[in-house]
Unconditional design. Structure first.
Length: 107
């Protein structure tokens, strides 16, 4: 019984390390999102950190339009990043979880 417990703890530690490694890797996964007319481009990481924003000159003349574009494009980029992030982390967690009755959180 004790050996099983130690084995399980080792597996959980290994899974935590894999999760950390995955999070670091997701920092280098870049998502490019742009407005339909290409006037605004945003690049964020799969960890949802903004890397760059490129704004076309024409948008600088209309503050409200620029604000709308930023909200729309950033939200789309964040949604894509979140999907990638959650899928990657869930895969690592599921792969590393020992089969404990009642602990099927990741299904």
């Amino acid at each position: 019984m004790f050996g099983d417990m130690m084995n399980m703890m080792g597996k959980l530690k290994e899974t935590q390390q894999k999760i950390e490694a995955t999070k670091q890797r997701l920092d280098s996964v870049l998502i490019d999102e742009k407005s339909n007319d290409n006037l605004l481009n945003v690049t964020i990481t799969a960890n949802r950190k903004i890397r760059s924003i490129t704004i076309n000159e024409s948008l600088l003349e209309d503050k409200e339009q620029l604000e709308d574009y930023l909200i729309l494009v950033l939200n789309k980029a964040i949604e894509k990043a979140t999907n990638i992030n959650e899928a990657e982390l869930a895969a690592v967690a599921k792969e590393g979880m020992p089969n404990i009755p009642g602990m099927d959180l990741f299904k």
